[in-house]
Each structure stands twice: as structure tokens, then as C-alpha cells.
Design a protein around this ligand. Sequence first.
Ligand SMILES: Cc1ncc(COP(=O)(O)O)c(C=O)c1O
Length: 356
Amino acid sequence: MGGVFQVDQAEFIEQAKQFQLEGQTIAVVKNNAYNYGLDFAVKAFAIAGIDYFATTSIEDAIYIRKICGQKVNIFLLNPTTDFKRVKQHRLEITLPSLDYYMSYKHDLVDIDLHIEFEGLFKRSGFAKINEVEAFLNDAKANDFDLNIKGLWTHFGYADEFDGVYEKERQLWLDFVEGVFELGIHPSVVHAQNSASFMRDGLLNNHSHVRLGIGLYGSKPFESLDSKDFIQSVSVTAPIVQIRQLKAGESLGYSKAFTATEDCKVAIVDIGYGDGILRERIKHGCEIGGRSYEIVALMMSHMAVLVDDHVKMHMPVYLYGKSQRIDHFTALGVGANSEQLGAFNYNSMRREIVYDD
Ligand SMILES: Cc1ncc(COP(=O)(O)O)c(C=O)c1O
């Protein structure tokens, strides 16, 4: 119960200000805003000047409406059939396929719709331009006055450098052209995640970028300069005991660690139950500015091989200024969002540092 996820609000806002494309950013706040906390992140992004949000959860979308009022736009990424609440809270929704349109066309009037293209990612979306044509013809035949506000896709390959991204980007640009040729010109055209934005700037014919991880202060791919990404979060835990082990003695489940010489081990109050990934502990921790090896990971504790510099009151850092999330991503610990998403706030404390 001792782990602390601490975010510096001023740094978080500074990063959102410097990374966004001013007036043209949709902030992705799904999964509890990448686990920074939905309430905290939306309010901080709003201070940074962002007025468009995207999430997968209708409950979260309604919550954003509640805290931000009518001045923001809220786009629901997941297909929904909860049209009553969509209209009540003025949410914008995805139009994910021809089948969906055919099933719910009578409910879609008076809702801001964003046509979705499946692209190479294929999680959802129209596959071909003739499917878009079919739904537009049907809407015309039925005299439906649909609000086609947006056109969007998701790039699944923008953080990889093997030529696939270029293909998915071209497929999408062709699709956009195709929709324009059908006489439809949505005002909001958005596809680019943080990696695509870093690679290409704003693409032609696009009105917005749809950003996640870069706004939260982690690099979407390794070759970028860390100086441009302020990591506002640290993760620390207290030492609950310092134990002496004699050479040959073991500690932890299945003798997780066996001392090869007499040594000291700090037992730290954080474990995999709090969301510390097993891959993460391979890269050690920091105590009092020095690096130490983590020799065992348990559900609520970990054991760290320490020396005489380490005292009971010193916090143990797993993430911080010199332990960047994106650095561990580059070391193969898991995607930035995977490391963030693992934190368990039922057992860890979340603290926000406010500048006053
Ligand atoms: C649909 C969609 N758009 C945008 C993003 C933002 O991506 P990133 O965090 O890489 O900027 C995500 C993230 O997974 C997403 O699923």
C-alpha cells in the first residue's frame, strides 16, 4: 500500500502546451487518461487550451461533459447504441460500418457523426469507399439529414519504421479523397496519433491531430529528443525494512534471491499487485541518486540489494526524471501506455503536486 504515483500539474500542463497543435488537437483520454486520472488530465488539458476530447467510454465522455460544460467537443471512439445519452450530452460518435448504419439509421439523425475508415488497423471502420457511397445513397433516399461532422481512422503503424506506416497513410489519404469526391467535406478530419504527428506534422486536408502519449510526456518513438517530452510523473515507494543476509541465504518465493556474499537487502513496499511489471524490475531502481539492483518481485513488495548509503527513510524511485517511462519502453519493458496502464490505484496512492 506504499507506492505513490505523483504528478506535477505545472509540468503536465507545460508538456500539453508544447506538444499540442494549437486549436487543432483532440486529446485522447481513454483508460483513465492513460492512468494519469481522467478528472486531473481533462482539467489540466483544458488549462493548456485543449477543447476537444476523445475516449472509448460513454461514462467517461459524460463525465467530461459534466466537468467542462458545453464549450468542449467530445468524441466517442467506440461504437455505441446508447443514442439517448449521446443526444442528451451532445456527444459526437463514430460511424463504424455500413452494417451499423443499416441497423441504426433511424437513430442517427441529430447526432454529430464521424465516418471511420478501417485502414490497415482493422479494429473498426468502413473498408471501402463504395460502402460510404451506399450509406449516403440510402440516407438520401430516406431523406435523412445526417450531420457528417468528421472523418477519421487510427494509424496502428506510425511508431514502426518498416514501411508499413507509409502504406497505411496512403490508403487513408486515398479514402479521404474518395469521400471528398462523393461531395462530403467533414469539418473535422483526424487520424494522427503522437508518432504520426511527429513524423509528418499535420497531414494535408486534416483539421486535427488526435494525440495521446506525447501530450502525457512520453516519446512515441525512441529517436526523438527526451528534452521535448516532460515526464511529469514519478513512482516511488518506501522501504519497510533493511535485512542482513549471510552468504548462501535465500530470500523470497522459490529462493528468488540467494546471497553470494554477506549483504543488505531493502524490502520495498510496492510489487506486481501495484502494477510494477516483471520486465521493469530487470532495470533496477534509484535510491538517493544511486542505482540499485532489484533482486525479487512479490505481489506487494520487492527486494533491492543495497549498501550503506541506503537508509530506512529514503524513497525508492521506479520512475522519475532519470527513469523515464519511454526509456524503459526502449529497453523492451512494454509500450509507454502499457507501463502506465498497469498501475493499480486500488493499492497505490495518487498524488498531484500543485504549484501555488
Ligand atoms: C483511436 C486512437 N486514437 C489516438 C490514440 C493516441 O495514440 P498515441 O497515444 O500514440 O498518441 C490512440 C491510442 O491508443 C487511439 O486508440
